[in-house]
Design a protein around this ligand. Structure first.
Ligand code: SAM
Ligand code: 2KA
Ligand code: SF4
Ligand code: MG
Length: 207
């Protein structure tokens, strides 16, 4: 089998970086977790904080067995992010991680067909490439990025599509955190089904 075939099957994935840190965002914020960042994304958010991840060719195709073995040495909680992890077949790597008894989370825009077996599915919808229908059904957590005032209405449109038990978070776009914070706080007080999510790792200076 060629390397391309292995990537096609999800047996190799373009690995950008892996690091043990504290989940900074959303429902599991504050919890130690091992992050696996897979390269490749064509969603094109102008404010994306990892644009270096976009071109998959810059990230070496890596054996998922090696990625999983490494992850298991660090943590029981694994977060797969990117880039956009659902551009790739996530079935094989999630199976390996779950066979090791690990809890497997994803950070995704939901813009591609859902593959893989997830203990926690964080859906962060994007305007440039909206989530596929099934992504809303999988979501344990909806994390909407707030860049301007129009985004509250847009957030509600997505909240109407997730399941009844899905946790709802509003997260300020990092460069807009100071301008938007009062509006976000007021919105959450008036609409308490939402909670605030901050990128706490950036405030404390960890990866
Ligand atoms: C870098 S993305 C990678 C995973 C996936 N592509 C996605 O967007 O969900 C990880 C998380 O960071 C959020 N994010 C990216 N850039 C951000 C920024 N400038 N400010 C706030 N959140 C941001 C995304 O919305 C997503 O929830
Ligand atoms: N500490 C930390 N928490 C995070 N939560 C989601 C992240 C991501 O980039 O997907 C992230 C990240 O990059 N670092
Ligand atoms: S979908 Fe995620 S990785 Fe892709 S551009 Fe948007 S924030 Fe960045
Ligand atoms: Mg990040």
């Amino acid at each position: 089998m060629t390397e391309n075939d292995k990537v096609e099957k999800g047996l190799f994935l373009p690995l950008m970086e892996e690091f043990y840190t504290i989940q900074g965002e959303g429902y599991h914020s504050g919890r130690a977790a091992y992050f696996i960042r897979i390269g490749g994304c064509d969603v094109g958010c102008h404010w994306c904080d990892v644009k270096e991840s976009w071109n998959p060719k810059l990230h070496p195709p890596t054996d998922i067995q090696q990625i999983a073995d490494h992850a298991a040495e660090y943590s029981k909680t694994i977060v797969i992010t990117g880039g956009e992890p659902l551009m790739w077949n996530m079935e094989p790597i999630t199976t390996l991680l779950k066979d090791k008894g690990l809890e497997v989370h994803i950070e995704t825009s939901g813009a591609y067909t859902v593959s893989g077996n997830w203990d926690w599915f964080c859906l962060s919808p994007k305007k440039t490439k909206p989530p596929v229908k099934e992504a809303y059904e999988y979501a344990h957590e909806l994390k909407v990025i707030i860049y301007n005032k129009h985004d509250f209405k847009w957030a509600e449109e997505h909240a109407a599509r997730v399941g009844a038990h899905c946790k709802l978070f509003l997260q300020p776009e990092w460069s807009r955190r100071e301008v938007m914070m009062d509006d976000i706080a007021n919105y959450v007080m008036q609409n308490p089904k939402w909670q605030i999510s901050l990128q706490t790792h950036k405030y404390i200076g960890i990866p």
